[in-house]
Design a protein around this ligand. Structure first.
Ligand code: ARG
Length: 560
């Protein structure tokens, strides 16, 4: 990339202490065309060279020369680089045509493994908006990791254990209706669970019943275990509907319960390392030195908890995958929990503890309030996705009544819209949910990108484009901003993974599609004397949009 060449040349000229890396970080992409394609600010050199930045820019300009550069122009305190457009354009096209969708891939992750803890809905409870966010953010990060050369392992850490299952079992024994649960599992189970909660407030006997059933589950009594297994099965079947709609799968679906008989080892380890302390009958690890409350390992009644299972799971994952990074894609509200987990693992002297990262995210809001997936007693998320698909169908039919594959296209557009709406903002921000906004063709939406992609496919179909003998000699002013933009893709991918920030890709794609639409409105493509050259650019654009969307977990229909 041009930034590398320029950084190398400049650092050679400048000498110590201005390293190539330092220069690289200083280089900017100017927004205005007359300021060149790359700019270098000279302010910080003034002290060392005892000259004004403008004079330094003047000096440097006359000493730099490279075939990729058309002109190097001092301008005030900056040095502006104008690239050789003909050379760079041809180079870009050739590179993209040969790499195809591998354009933008990196190898810095080669030989390394990233495990992602993502989705993790709770059995017998509605799949919440938070779980949706975790699923789509985690999936995009796994795709980005792979694009950077890592091996990714997507783990769905289902919430299938805890004292709440004692309450659910007790509730089922009191009011459960097998037939109803079979028909509509999660809403029915939620209903009896909520009822139990309400009544238990007045009735201590119920609380006791819940405890008894949890004990039965812990002791692996047959009835308790088989009911619990059944709840799990019917819940997973519902979650799988959602995963199918989203087109997302996992490498491993393994719940909290898996760790039940493995936690004892960890508790021993903690105790051997003299990290366990008694506190009001419970066992805890003190974390004062980090300014954190103690991490609860075992409750006073002997039952283990969330943190202990997570500690056990982390160790087990390290033993299985020897991960280089473990990403936990979980909402902001669990930030304390993950700080505690990491510090406890550090205190156990696991060197890999530093590679545990909480990838936190904000809430999904509706009218400024936390969005609930529980309306009355029904589950909404699946409905939300289905509604998006339905609305997408209406929108695309309006735009193109003769579209074939309507249902399939509507699914890609509707689901893509929901995913993109989530990913286009920085994950830590709260997201306001609006079906209308996410589905318009004109806004910063997935349909806008998909439409630009479909337009490029249709141009390629109508015109005379042949990859095998593509003409790579396009050199025109109108095309230059788009070509430059295509060149940024690899760097955007690197940054997006480095910051665990898929929104960088989303924003980049929006800018790219805007450039493309501008180009399309400025030049005639089909039927012009430049047709085959221009189609090469159209083709390269289509590669970037398709691959970029696919990294975000979104499909791009060729027609819409
Ligand atoms: N099931 C949990 C919840 O819904 C999220 C689990 C997140 N992952 C983890 N390793 N703790 O709140």
């Amino acid at each position: 990339m041009e930034k590398h060449y320029i950084a190398l040349q400049l650092s050679n000229l400048l000498g110590e202490p201005f390293s190539r890396e330092w220069v690289f970080e200083q280089l900017e992409f100017p927004k205005q065309d007359d300021l060149g394609d790359v700019a270098f600010p000279c302010f910080q050199l003034a002290k060392v060279f005892k000259k004004s930045p403008a004079a330094i820019a003047e000096d440097l300009a006359s000493q730099i020369d490279h075939e990729i550069l058309q002109e190097v122009r001092p301008s005030g305190n900056y040095l502006n680089f104008f690239l050789n457009q003909e050379f760079i354009s041809e180079h870009t096209f050739k590179q993209m045509l040969s790499k195809q969708k591998n354009y933008g891939s990196h190898s810095f992750g080669k030989g390394k493994t990233v495990v992602l803890d993502m989705s993790a809905p709770n059995i017998a409870k509605p799949f919440s908006m938070g779980h949706l966010r975790s699923t789509v953010i985690g999936n995009a990060l796994a795709n980005l990791a792979e694009k950077c050369g890592y091996k990714s392992v997507k783990i769905n850490y289902i919430g299938d254990y805890g004292t709440q299952f004692g309450k659910l079992l007790a509730a089922y024994k009191l009011w459960g209706n097998e037939e109803k649960i079979r028909q509509d599992p999660i809403p029915e189970l939620t209903k009896i669970y909520v009822k139990f909660h309400e009544q238990a407030q007045q009735d201590p006997q119920l609380v006791e019943k819940g405890r008894e059933w949890f004990k039965k589950l812990e002791d692996q009594e047959e009835e308790a275990v088989s009911l619990w297994k059944w709840f799990k099965e019917v819940s997973l079947a519902e979650f799988n509907h959602i995963y199918n709609l989203l087109g997302i799968s996992f490498d491993l679906t393994r719940g909290e319960a898996y760790y039940n008989d493995k936690m004892e080892t960890v508790v021993h380890q903690l105790s051997r390392s003299q990290l366990l302390e008694e506190s009001e009958g419970a066992k805890v690890v003190q974390l004062d030195e980090f300014g954190l409350p103690p991490c609860l390992i075992r409750k006073s009644n002997g039952t283990s908890i969330y943190a202990t299972r997570d500690l056990t799971a982390a160790i087990d994952r390290y033993e299985s995958y020897a991960f280089n990074e473990a990403l936990y894609v979980v909402g902001n509200e669990q930030s304390l929990h993950f700080q505690q987990i990491k510090h406890v693992l550090e205190k156990l002297k696991f060197p890999w503890a530093e590679n545990i990262k909480h990838i936190s995210f904000g809430m999904m809001l509706q009218n400024g309030k936390k969005m609930s997936t529980r309306k009355g007693k029904t589950v909404l998320l699946q409905e939300v996705l289905e509604k998006a698909v339905e609305q997408a169908k209406i929108n695309i039919t309006k735009k193109n009544p003769h579209l074939t594959h309507k249902a399939e296209t509507a699914r890609k557009v509707g689901v893509g819209a929901v995913i993109f709406h989530d990913l286009k903002q920085h994950r830590r921000n709260d997201v306001e949910f609006s079906l209308e906004d996410m589905l318009t063709f004109e806004g910063n939406t997935a349909p806008y990108l998909q439409y630009a992609y479909a337009r490029s496919c249709s141009l390629l179909k109508r015109g005379t484009f042949d990859i095998a003998c593509a003409d790579t000699s396009l050199n025109e002013q109108e095309a230059w901003p788009l070509i430059k933009q295509l060149r940024h893709f690899p760097e955007v991918i690197r940054q997006a993974y480095h910051d665990y920030d898929p929104s960088k890709v989303a924003k980049y794609l929006l800018d790219t599609a805007k450039q493309f639409n501008k180009y399309y409105s400025e030049v005639k493509i089909i039927g012009s004397s430049q047709e085959s050259k221009r189609l090469t650019l159209v083709y390269c654009f289509s590669i970037i949009i398709e691959e970029g969307l696919s990294l975000l977990g979104i499909e791009a229909p060729a027609e819409m």
